[in-house]
Design a protein around this ligand. Structure first.
Ligand code: SF4
Length: 401
């Protein structure tokens, strides 16, 4: 991970973006903004899933009026998304939104852009210049021969210049595209061009898993290079999935503290004593439902499981019809295989309530010895080459040699 590039800091309501502020997660509602109760229900779900900032479309007068009712009741700052009609931007500012997103590709008249920027300046409300490869200004498209990184950056720079004419610099920028290489190059160029904070995203990424992979590839690459101050996954899915995925990406990159479950599991192999995929799924569902903030491992065998997952807070490994429950690599309890998931959940709840040290101190006296015996038994049965690699290689040589 490269150190984060320095950007100036802006504030979206109480949430700082840029500078030394943590990278934030954004998502967008899919309800009609005029449906105040439906939109608020989705905003609460997004906030619970990890969104720090939520955007709502402001595409009609009723939407601007809806924002006036939504903003005071929202648990997170609200950004109004504006396309084509600059008057709706003025309406959203009047409604009290914490920020605007303007698309320079479809609000193009300089006097309209200056009017919005002047009003935002007077109210102390930031604006995101949201350039999008798919809706690039046609003049720029022609001048650059397509939606190139240079064209996307030129669009943002042109808008910035209009803002600066009225003394408005409270700006963050996105240069999104649905092509991952294009958006990566555009953001790299943008970060060399300006110190305004950058909002990262792969636009129209599509449904999961395809959309998730594209978003992680694009956003993750840039974050690892130190580029990016706030992110949004644009998935064709329930937006709660977007918020959850965005938060998870920041957690796995070490850019935000883990606030929920981190379930790790071995990929299974010839040594597996249990159906690892099934047990991992059952454990994940049960632990996520309880919002357990631990790293929990599900390992297919006691031969390697507790050792390989020794950094996990808690884990379970199968062996000889038993589940070997371990805390930070130390086996603390042995339970029948059928009770593995229940025992894991119970131990997770006890660790959350009592702490790791207390649970290590309360380990069953014979558990470690029982696990060692099962491990020795399995090694005696399977040898050190449970996948029979040596045997396979010998047979390959017989056939191919
Ligand atoms: S050796 Fe054991 S823990 Fe490692 S992948 Fe195979 S079953 Fe899983």
């Amino acid at each position: 991970m490269r150190p984060r590039r320095h950007t100036r800091q802006i504030h979206v309501g109480p949430v700082a973006v840029g500078g030394d502020a943590p990278v934030t997660v954004q998502s967008m509602t899919t309800t009609r903004t005029a449906d105040v109760d439906g939109t608020l229900a989705q905003i609460y779900a997004l906030a619970a899933a990890g969104a720090d900032i939520v955007r709502c479309t402001c595409n009609e007068e009723e939407a601007a009026e809806g924002l006036a009712r939504i903003v005071p009741r929202s648990p997170v700052p609200i950004v109004a998304d504006i396309h084509f009609q600059y008057r709706l931007a003025l309406g959203a500012l009047e409604a009290g939104v914490a920020a605007l997103r303007l698309n320079p590709g479809n609000i193009r008249r300089p006097d309209h852009i200056r009017a919005v920027a002047s009003e935002a300046r007077d109210r102390g409300v930031p604006i995101r210049i949201g350039v999008n490869g798919g809706s690039l200004d046609p003049d720029l498209y022609e001048r650059f021969g397509g939606a190139t990184p240079e064209a996307l950056v030129a669009s943002a720079v042109h808008e910035l210049a209009l803002f600066e004419e009225v003394g408005f610099r409270d700006v963050k920028i996105s240069v999104k595209a649905s092509s991952v290489p294009l958006m990566i190059d555009a953001y790299r160029l943008m970060s060399e061009t300006t110190d305004h904070p950058l909002h990262l995203g792969v636009t129209e990424a599509g449904p999961p898993p395809h959309g998730l992979i594209k978003s992680v590839a694009g956003i993750g690459t840039l974050l690892a290079e130190g580029i990016g101050d706030t992110i949004r996954f644009s998935l064709t899915a329930d937006p709660v999935e977007e918020a959850r995925a965005g938060r998870k990406l920041l957690e796995v990159l070490g850019l935000r503290e883990r606030k929920g479950l981190d379930l790790i599991a071995c990929p299974s192999c010839g040594r597996a004593e249990v159906d690892v995929i099934r047990v991992a799924r059952e454990a994940e569902a049960a632990l996520a439902e309880r919002n357990i903030p631990l790293q929990v491992a599900v390992m297919g065998c006691v031969v390697n499981g507790p050792g390989e997952a020794r950094e996990a807070d808690l884990g379970i490994a199968a062996g000889r019809g038993k589940g070997h429950l371990f805390v930070r690599g130390q086996v603390v309890r042995v339970v029948p295989e059928a009770e593995m998931v229940d025992a894991l959940v119970e131990e997770a709840e006890r660790i959350t309530a009592e702490g790791i040290d207390a649970r290590l101190a309360a380990a069953d006296a014979g558990a470690a010895a029982e696990a060692a015996a099962a491990r020795a038994e399995l090694l005696a049965l399977q040898g050190t080459d449970a996948n029979d690699d040596a045997g396979r290689i010998a047979r390959v040589r017989d056939v191919a040699g």
